[in-house]
Design a protein around this ligand. Sequence first.
Ligand SMILES: *Cc1c(COP(=O)(O)O)cnc(C)c1O
Length: 370
Amino acid sequence: MSFIPVNTPSLRGNEKQYLCDCIDSGWISSEGPFVTQLEEIACGVFQTSHAIAVSSGTAALDIAIDSLGLSVGDEVILPSFTIISCIHQIIRSGLKPVLIDSDPVTWNINHTLIAEKITSRTRAIMVVHTYGLPVDLDPILHLCNKHGLYLIEDTAELIGHTYKGKPCGSFGDISILSFYPNKHVTTGEGGMILTSNASLANTCRSLRNLCFDNTARFVHRRLGWNYRLSNLHAAVGVAQFELLQETLAIKRKIGMTYSSSLKQINKLQIPLDCTQYASNIYWVFGILIDPTLGSASDFILKYRELGIGTRPFFCPMHRQPVLKSLGLFPSEEYPVADYLYAQGLYLPSGVGLTEDQLSHVIEITLNLFS
Ligand SMILES: *Cc1c(COP(=O)(O)O)cnc(C)c1O
């Protein structure tokens, strides 16, 4: 069997047709009709009043954080175990990132550790739904209400999933999506900001487009970005949203198959299939390897030699050289995030994974760990 990549996207719907529509009509920039259509679809799926398409999930986070208009020294709470995209604009805006360790079973932010980190400077909590299981949002929403904090909801990994029956991405004062090829909806590169706050939505639209003035076009009162999404990308996204329910069913099936085949291995910790508040959609299927067998990096090499692509888990924020060199997080400890990083990897989980490939990865995994 040839090499099995960690992710294979599946462009099996109207992607090609909609791209041809762009080329035939000449509408290729962000002014084209698919961008608006993609935003309207997102408003429906995520039950929000406004959706702002941008060029990546990272761009969406940059704009979302900047749009809140926080002051230098204000604090934003976020998990240490996440992607670096979450922290860029916190730092560039002169805000203070305040980290929280993960829950050892769900791998999401451990909400029981948040209250003790709230100070008079705290302005926002960022949650990141990680790998397939939603964050338990109710206790965090309670803290946000009690202390008057914004909730920023990173829903990049759980497009189309729900928490207590309501769409993930609909809970944040501002939420973001990514349309990178390993996400449930892809545009190649792309992202989205979601909010039901009209004033935040206007600010985000302006920040996305260099803050051009509505009346004096080339006069700028604020620094923004060109983070626009092209009509070509949006065309692919519209086709991908048509496939979303089927995509989610495929993801869940891949995850359940891994889960039922691997749960007998007692030296592997596998993802929870569900909690009281949500099921697992298995955006990716992560495994945590018992340290007595070695580290995740050892097994990433072994899998590669056996023709299987895997990915390490996130390197936590308090371990990032670029952040440490800024003097951040001196001697702070987040042992669960460290453990996840040391022992975790995820297996091929893309929508394009074939049944033969899935069986092969399972067989290799049983051989490696049993
Ligand atoms: C993928 C991802 C992002 C970043 O999205 P890009 O489109 O790659 O910039 C942000 N947050 C999370 C949790 C992600 O998984």
